[in-house]
Structures are given as structure tokens and as C-alpha cells.
Design a protein around this ligand. Sequence first.
Ligand code: OAD
Ligand code: ZN
Length: 256
Amino acid sequence: MKYNHETILKCASMVKEAESIAVLSGAGVSTSSGIPDFRGPNGIYRRKYDIEPERIFDIDFFSRDPAFFFKFHREFLKALKEVSPSYTHRFLTALEREGSLKGIVTQNIDALHHKAGSKNVLEIHGGVWKSTCLSCGKSYDYETSWKKTMEEEIPHCEKCGGVIKPDIVFFGEDVKHLEESRSIISQADLLLVLGSSLTVVPAALLPSCCNGKIVVVNKGDVSGAYLSPNRIDLRIDGDLDEFFGDLNEELNLTIQ
Ligand code: OAD
Ligand code: ZN
């Protein structure tokens, strides 16, 4: 469904009026960069694997069979080297530079908000920056984790031989920066929820701590289970890059 010009103008005035904007982003902000989402038409969870794809990020399954995850992760790390931030990532960086965007809470582990130059990014599902030995807790930096993941079927700790797991939050593990995320979102007078189906908690519950206006930009359905449609002030069902391109015709931010 294509949004109309009136919607663009409405969103532009909400952004201009807001003194404090927060963003909750999901996998949809990175699809145009070439990283697949999970539940979209071509999402990872729609694909055929030897196991149910949801189990790729399941901590119990990982403990039993880490090799399966690393086969998947190896390809993901290689793909990450090739990708560039989308227009949406870069638009958000410009909005932060302009001053009103106070923080991005992201469910993504692809580091593309950082790569675009955004400063205040809370990766609640972790990231690929570091890995940790599950037995002794030794921490490995990005370069070493990358090398080990490429060279070993299952990367093992140099100190104790334990399995090294990237600091990505799996199902069954606690999300990170939850209090800080709630704080940024509750203080915002405008929350932009971008490219997320809002199906995974606690991330999907975060918009409910917003005391300001909520704009949701997502192509396709967004679950109403955790964020009631009545609570959404503006819903754009369309492509993110296209929408922010049109929005920026009104805002004139310098996108780098
Ligand atoms: P989903 O894949 O559930 O939702 C992404 C949404 O973005 C879908 O509704 C897509 O239709 C939409 N979308 C894709 N490309 C778009 C585009 N160019 N413009 C607009 N919308 C677009 O991803 P998340 O909600 O981020 O967690 O998933 C949440 C969590 O589920 C992930 O962080 C991951 C996963 O399991 C863990 O692995 C812990
Ligand atoms: Zn160890």
C-alpha cells in the first residue's frame, strides 16, 4: 500500500516538532543493504534448513550442536564485510547529527547503524563485536573471533578449549541494555518503529513505554499483540528507504 503526500507532510511535522526522538529498529532496515530479515517474504525463517530455522538462535540447540549455528554464522560474517548501510540507516545518522534523535534501540546484530555513523545505538540482541568462551569467560575481539570462525568448524578457546560464542543474544538468553532502552523510549516525544514485525519480546514491548507519539514504518503486517494499533499515531505500510527519501524532501537533512 503506497502512502500519500499528506502522510509525508504529517510525519515531517511530527519530526520537526519533536525535541526528543527515539528509534526501535528491526531487520527490515537492513534488507535493502542485502541482509535478509526473518519473517518477511524472503526471510530466514521462511527458508528450508535441516532444522526449524528458529532454532539457529536457540541457546539449548546451540549447546547441543554448535556446528550448525557456525555454518550459518560463517556466511553471515562474510556477507557483513560486503554490505553498506541503507538510506534509512544514513537518514537516522543525519537525524542524530541534527540533534533531535537521541538514541536507536536496535534488534539487529549487523552493526550497520554504527557503520552509518550513528553514535547512540543500543544493540539489545547483542552484536558481532565480541565473542566469549562459554567455559572460562575469556573475551575475544572481533578480528580474532572472525579468524577463528573462518578457520575452525567450532571456534574453541585458546585458554581452556571451551566453545567461543559470539555475543549475540539467543532465544533463552537475556537481552541487553533493557533499562537504558526503556529510559530513552519513555523520554522521547516521538518514537519511530522501523522494519520490525514486533513479534519478539521484550523488544516488542518497548513501544508500550513510550509516552509520546508513535510512528510505525513497516512493509507488511506488524503484530498487534504487544503494541495496540490504537496506540499508533501514524502507520506507513511501505518501503523504508523510499519513505525516508520522500520524507527528506520535506526535511532537507544532509544525508552522507
Ligand atoms: P522480522 O523479520 O520479524 O520483521 C522485519 C519486518 O520488516 C517484516 O515485517 C518485513 O516485511 C519488514 N521489511 C523488510 N524489508 C523492508 C523494507 N525494505 N521496508 C519496510 N519494511 C521492510 O524482524 P525483526 O522484527 O527485527 O532475534 O525480528 C525480531 C527478532 O526476531 C530478531 O532480532 C531475531 C529474530 O529471531 C534473535 O535472533 C534473538
Ligand atoms: Zn575458555
